[in-house]
Write a protein that binds this ligand. Structure first.
Ligand code: PLP
Ligand code: COI
Length: 362
């Protein structure tokens, strides 16, 4: 696939070092944005064109743009990390490019070459490298694509906009909680068989928000979705995959059957554990079994994982049929160890499998 060369147009109004440093003190998640963005346009018959790195600015969008009506939109989430000796690392970014294209196919959108995806991401990281927080923080990168054609008929759009923005990030959960609490969504579904659950499209997140609001009302941090048919099998959280650790050393995670997102963190954890000889089963786990196993102590830990949240212990689960606590409710040593290993690999402090870390060229 041919791709246009990206024109680099630096932002003449980039913020001063002083302003930037103030914003980097406590960026939280998704609130602070850098000075640039990468963009490209796709038009039917022409393919990708007008690729550029420019000042970050609002889009000019026709009120009839497809995305505003029929939600033809996909996105990715990835991070750039400060590593030793001034290096900047990306973690398995080609996996994000591949998943982006898988999402594009499901949503009847054009694919983008892996090279163009990576060039857009890396050019933005290079331009905004000073926005990568020191210490535990990272630069969260958000590639996305949406239907920008002005047309109200219901069909795949004939013009799309691809964009990458960047946001310095600290912990996803306020206060860097050691364990989060989950609300079981037993009637609001996120995804069903044949639906878009495995695609990273905005619509999945829109569908999750009423349940997420319920979770907040119930005093919980996140919502855990069950399968849409039986409301029995654990799927995933609104923005994270789930793992279960048993007292006999086995680990389980829900299988990829089209309704959950194939997380890159999930795949990486499975690979790291299996290399170490840990038995990891990708198998369905029933919500009542989860409750019973937590009560009996057979389940020793549970954790959520994803780019934004990294690895976060699940301490407590609350549903209409009761509440339960996992272990002492504060996370355990297995979760802490896998979290540290992953962070170590991402920052180049621990050697990971070949090819997992990609250094951004200067
Ligand atoms: N599941 C959902 C619904 C997500 O939004 C995410 C975050 O991207 C994940 C799982 C974890 O995916 P990854 O590990 O690739 O970030
Ligand atoms: C991510 O971890 O990148 C996510 O997409 C989760 C959430 C911020 C949507």
């Amino acid at each position: 696939m041919l791709h246009p060369t990206l024109e680099v147009l630096p932002n003449p109004e980039s913020r001063s070092t002083e302003e930037r440093e103030k914003l980097l003190v406590d960026p939280g998640f998704g609130r602070v944005f850098t000075d640039h963005m990468a963009v490209a346009i796709w038009t039917r018959g022409q393919g990708w064109h007008s690729a550029a790195l420019t000042a970050r600015k609002p889009f000019v969008l026709d009120p009839a743009a497809g995305v505003l009506h029929y939600a033809q939109e996909i996105f990715e989430g990835m991070k750039a990390y400060r590593a030793q000796h001034g290096a900047i690392n990306l973690f398995r970014p080609e996996q994000n490019a591949r998943r982006f294209n898988a999402s594009a196919r499901r949503m009847a959108m054009p694919e983008i070459s892996e090279e163009m995806f990576l060039e857009a991401v890396e050019t933005l990281v290079r331009a905004d490298r000073d926005w990568i927080p020191d210490g535990e923080g990272s630069l969260y990168l958000r590639p996305f694509m949406f239907a920008s054609e002005a047309f109200l008929g219901v069909r795949p759009a004939e013009e799309f906009t691809f964009c990458v923005i960047a946001s310095p990030a600290g912990a996803y959960f306020k206060g860097g909680k050691s364990a989060v609490s989950l609300w079981v969504s037993d009637h609001l579904n996120r995804a069903g068989p044949g639906g878009t659950g495995a695609a990273k499209c905005g619509g999945n997140y829109a569908a999750s928000l009423a349940a997420q609001a319920e979770a907040y009302e119930q005093g919980c941090d996140q919502v855990v979705f069950l399968d849409a048919v039986e409301h029995r099998w654990v799927d995933e959280l609104g923005g994270m995959n789930l793992f279960f650790v048993f007292d006999d050393g086995r680990v389980a995670t829900p299988p990829l059957e089209g309704t959950i997102l194939p997380g890159i963190t999930r795949a990486s954890i499975i690979e790291l554990l299996r290399r170490r000889g840990v038995e990891v089963n990708e198998e369905s786990y029933a919500i009542d079994q989860w409750q019973a196993d937590a009560r009996s102590g057979r389940l020793s830990e549970a954790f959520a994982c994803g780019t934004a949240a990294v690895v976060t212990a699940v301490g407590r689960v609350k549903g209409r049929s009761g509440d339960w606590t996992i272990g002492n409710g504060d996370g355990g040593t297995f979760t802490a160890a896998i979290r540290n290993e992953l962070i170590g690999i991402q920052r180049g402090l621990v050697e990971g499998p070949d090819g997992w870390v990609r250094q951004v060229r200067r």
